[in-house]
Design a protein around this ligand. Structure first.
Ligand SMILES: Nc1ncnc2c1ncn2[C@@H]1O[C@H](COP(=O)(O)OP(=O)(O)OP(=O)(O)O)[C@@H](O)[C@H]1O
Length: 324
């Protein structure tokens, strides 16, 4: 039993903060839309951590909640409940002036439609210099940084061209330079290659990787395209408003990706639907702890009887084999 002194000490000890020093922390994020009295839970307790310097893809089918998440992380929408923090900004409590500074200096954006990224009547150099002007940077500095960024992303030749005089891939690479102009901590890219062919998409991803590697900026790419997995080290899948599985690519470019399930703070794991369907797992599964893994088996008795909820049935199934 704890002494009073021990309890007092525990109470004064700083609590461990979820996510620690992660650049993006989403903890049990909920967004409910209400239209005509009908509620839609677009995000249903989403957890996500993105560390400094990571290049992460967030994928999900249409309606899974990607745009909702992106709108919250970009400061355009406010979540209903939960925690959402980016670069130290609390997105639930952030107000007017902070919101402006956050959107101008802490994060950068690349949208699918070029028209949202670049002004058609400015050349590439001026497009990149523009956000620096808004942030109060000197013209000379803006010029120099604009040249450096266009050079880094392989589009120095476009400096004097307007968007209409560039290819789609060049426009997106200039858009990356615009997003990086104010040296943000995180860049969000919404379907950045959605309108491009695969060779051009490759160039855009090469540019994103260069920005990530050379400048150390965290980059989050949101897309419905699962092929993106080949381009990044970590892919997080959203399903039904929650992060479900992660694919991690450890090692070099040619390494194969390993699939992981997300384990939340309450110990919940969402198993991939195809695994559940293949083994006809429903309502309840048997679990057993082994020295180095936890096994999960279908409840065979329940499956055979077609019944759900009969107490004790899990205990009466045959013992799982160690091969699983
Ligand atoms: N403004 C809104 N009002 C009501 N429901 C909404 C609103 N925006 C999104 N939803 C609903 O929330 C859920 C998640 O939508 P969201 O747009 O975030 O998904 P998504 O993964 O971005 O889909 P897509 O790839 O098609 O853009 C969907 O069921 C959608 O119908």
């Amino acid at each position: 039993m704890s002494t009073l002194q021990e309890l007092e000490l525990a109470a004064t000890r700083p609590k461990e903060v979820y996510g620690g020093d992660a650049k993006i922390v989403c903890d049990n994020l909920v967004r409910i839309y209400k239209t005509d009295g009908i509620e839609v839970q677009a995000l249903q307790g989403l957890d996500l951590l993105v560390r400094a310097g990571e290049l992460v893809a967030i994928v999900g089918a249409s309606g899974s909640g990607k745009s909702t998440l992106l709108n919250i992380l970009s400061g355009l929408d406010t979540p209903t409940a939960g925690v959402a923090k980016v670069g130290g900004y609390d997105l639930l409590t952030m107000k007017g002036r902070d919101r402006l500074r956050y959107r101008r200096e802490t994060v950068g954006f690349i949208w699918q439609q070029t028209a949202r990224n670049l002004l058609p009547y400015l050349n590439a150099a001026d497009n990149v210099a523009l956000p620096m002007g808004f942030a109060g940077k000197k013209r000379k500095y803006a010029r120099r940084r604009s040249t450096e960024l266009l050079d880094l992303l392989g589009v120095a030749r476009c400096a004097d061209r307007r968007p209409g005089q560039m290819s789609g891939g060049e426009q997106q690479r200039v858009s990356i330079a615009v997003a990086l102009a104010n040296d943000p901590e995180v860049v969000f890219a919404d379907e950045p290659t959605g309108e491009l062919d695969s060779a051009t998409s490759q160039q855009v991803f090469d540019a994103l990787r260069t920005a990530n590697g050379e400048l150390g900026v965290s980059i989050v790419v949101v897309t419905h395209d699962h092929e993106v997995t080949d381009q990044v080290q970590r892919t997080v899948e959203i399903r039904d408003g929650r992060t479900s599985t992660e694919l991690l690519r450890r090692g070099g470019e040619d390494s194969t990706a390993e699939q992981f399930a997300v384990l939340d703070r309450a110990g919940r794991v969402q198993l991939p639907k195809e695994y559940l369907d293949a083994l006809r797992m429903k309502d309840r599964v048997r679990v057993a702890k082994n020295s180095d893994h936890i096994g999960v088996w279908p409840d065979l008795v329940q499956g055979a009887a077609g019944s759900a909820g009969s107490a004790g049935s899990a205990g009466s199934t045959s013992a799982p084999s160690e091969e699983d």
